[in-house]
Design a protein around this ligand. Structure first.
Ligand code: XIL
Length: 310
């Protein structure tokens, strides 16, 4: 049985994968990706980001995003929209036009109305704000924070709610999967947003882990978010190693995938698990972390770790 079939059988909403447009012509790859036994959910790895959807002011391009959205629809898969406001893959015009607070507010609102409005009704959830925090828990200095302070987060969430009232609105972040300063800061942000009446439904735990270093406090940490009344999702799971892969590393990785999937199963507020692509062939890891790879589960014993947990 496939991972999604198993995950839904134990009460999760989905087991899914990120995918990117160039991969959609790989027929072997597509045989797996199209199978809702394996994948009940997909996330566009790049094609709904700001640089892809609004490369010039108020000029929207949805061709590639639509390809992923249409694929999800025809496969009966849940779509996670990713992402609306992020400091990376941001077109130059957003930073170079020197917008003041009023101007940048309008830019954010117009972007979100354009993109989330275009896909209205289809995504289960949107990563509305991506990676807003530094590792010490402070807000990341970027064009949004530097111009608007933390108000950019509520501006974005409110705009997303207006554009697509039924989508679950998420903040997505890394290094908040375990207890500690950054996780606590994210919990404070959730509490503040809730107190201000800002729509916030979920927190995405990216989960780009390293073999042998998977956090031991996942369950306790997930539960802390659940206790605030938000749902969570594992949004970008991969577990990388320093190459070359060895039998020992692959065995540890299998344990590590088991640990992560099992943690999601232990917390009912954890809705689903998305791997950041399922085959090493298309993983972002080797080109991002020099000397590392073999991070995805489906071509390794790691897959058995997932099935064991489910
Ligand atoms: C990555 C993609 O996988 C790459 O193809 C792209 O070049 C850069 O972005 N956190 C996120 C994702 O939220 O959007 C990033 O995806 C990985 C880190």
């Amino acid at each position: 049985s496939g991972a999604n079939a198993l995950a839904t059988a134990v009460g999760k909403l989905y087991f899914g994968s990120a995918t990117d447009n160039p991969e959609l012509t790989d027929t072997t790859y597509m045989t797996y990706l199209n199978s809702s036994q394996h994948f009940g959910q997909i996330t566009p790895e790049n094609s709904m980001k700001w640089d892809a959807t609004e490369p010039e002011v108020n000029t929207f391009t949805f061709t590639e995003g639509d390809q992923i959205a249409d694929l999800a629809k025809s496969n009966g898969q849940i779509l996670r929209g990713h992402n609306l406001v992020w400091y990376q893959q941001l077109p130059d015009w957003v930073t170079s036009n020197d917008y003041n607070a009023t101007g940048l507010t309008a830019v954010i609102q117009n972007h979100i109305a354009g993109v989330a409005g275009h896909y209205k009704g289809q995504p289960y959830s949107w990563d509305v704000v991506n990676e807003p925090l530094n590792d010490d828990g402070s807000f990341r200095s970027d064009v949004f924070y530097d111009t608007l302070g933390e108000s950019y987060i509520s501006i974005a969430l409110n705009a997303a709610h207006e554009a697509d009232p039924n989508a679950k609105l998420y903040i997505n972040e890394y290094n908040i999967e375990y207890t500690g300063t950054k996780s606590t800061a994210m919990q404070s942000l959730v509490t503040t947003l809730q107190a201000d009446g800002v729509p916030i439904d979920g927190i995405g735990m990216e989960s780009h882990f390293i073999v042998g270093e998977v956090p031991t406090t996942l369950v306790e940490n997930f539960q802390a978010f659940a206790d605030l009344g938000v749902e969570i999702a594992i949004t970008e799971l991969d577990i990388r190693m320093t190459l070359p892969e060895t039998a020992a590393l692959l065995e540890q990785q299998k344990q590590d995938f088991y640990t992560v999937v099992d943690a999601c199963l232990q917390v009912s507020a954890c809705k689903g698990i998305t791997v950041w692509d399922w085959t090493d062939k298309y993983s972002w890891v080797p080109s991002t972390f020099s000397g590392q790879g073999a991070a995805t589960p489906f071509d390794d014993p790691a897959f058995d770790g997932i099935v064991m947990a489910l």
